[in-house]
Ligand binder design. Structure first.
Ligand code: MG
Length: 284
């Protein structure tokens, strides 16, 4: 299933994406009606695991709705640093044998096709195309073997980064935590529809130029290992987002000179089996 959040007639709700339509949860028997935090609640995710018959139910054309972040109030957004061997290499670093993590505030979340407004004090704006895990079950000390039980599905995130702030601060919270610096979506694809999370192509375009062409097979910590390591230190909860790091090809390390995001530029990130997100950036 593909689960998306959308706005229609001024109302925000969740729905299933089927072909070119979106079927609101409200249209289905036994599904939660409009709740404030649907996917962030365990009982709502359990409902999604029941077999659902969507045949014959009329939805809205996708083109007539505005998609939002599928999650509005995740308990945490954890991001991984240096988790792709090729990305470590492009900056002259060894892949880390430690899980390097940082967090983004939820105010960084924005919709898959929204414009991102960037304050003018940001000097070096960069993109990072990433596969994000959405947690579906509460867990602590989860072993890698069986870790997939704790996953609801996968989505795409752009780990937008102000490199001048990130490198100046020597830690990442401020430079990667600005409002709108986590475009996400376009939907959550449930894990049963992901063929192989260890072999997904990730591509990022800056305007027309293909800048990242990586694969999750290049990860240092793969998805089950990430869950094992992370759940040793923090309880994972339904709706939590874990962004798994970016492959080579970010703007700041481009040769012979950086290729950063300028006012009006568009960044498109596509991940096999999921779809794409595409955001324009405006400096204000
Ligand atoms: Mg990143």
């Amino acid at each position: 299933m593909k689960i998306a959040r959308f706005v229609k007639d001024g109302k925000s709700t969740l729905g299933f994406v089927v072909d070119e339509e979106i079927i609101p949860f409200d249209a289905l028997e036994g599904m939660p009606k409009w709740l404030e935090y649907p996917l962030e609640r365990e009982e709502n995710i359990r409902r999604l695991e029941r077999k659902m018959d969507l045949s014959g139910i009329k939805g809205y054309p996708l083109k007539d709705v505005r998609l939002q972040s599928p999650l509005l109030y995740p308990g945490k957004i954890v991001c991984l640093g240096l988790n792709f061997k090729d990305h470590a290499k492009e900056q002259g670093k060894e892949p880390s044998n430690r899980l390097i993590i940082f967090m983004k505030p939820r105010t960084a979340l924005t919709g898959p096709y929204d414009t991102v407004f960037v304050p003018k004090f940001v000097e070096k704006l960069d993109y990072e195309g990433e596969l994000a895990i959405v947690i579906g079950r509460r867990g602590k000390n989860v072993p890698a073997e069986g870790a997939e039980r704790y996953i609801l599905g996968y989505t795409i995130m752009n780990d937008v980064s102000a490199r001048d702030i990130q490198f100046g601060d020597r830690q990442w919270t401020r430079g990667k935590g600005l409002d709108g610096f986590a475009p996400i979506g376009p939907w959550i694809v449930t894990k049963d529809e992901i063929r192989d999370h260890r072999n997904l192509r990730i591509r990022t375009w800056l305007n027309e130029e293909l800048r990242q062409d990586g694969n999750t097979s290049n990860m240092v910590f793969d998805v089950p290992k990430i869950i094992e390591e992370l759940s040793r230190v923090m309880t994972l909860e339904p709706g939590d987002i874990i962004s798994t790091g970016t492959p080579a090809g970010v703007g700041i390390f481009a040769k012979p000179e950086p290729k950063l995001i300028k006012d009006g530029d568009v960044v498109r990130i596509e991940i096999e089996n999921i779809g794409f997100i595409e955001n324009r950036f405006r400096f204000t």
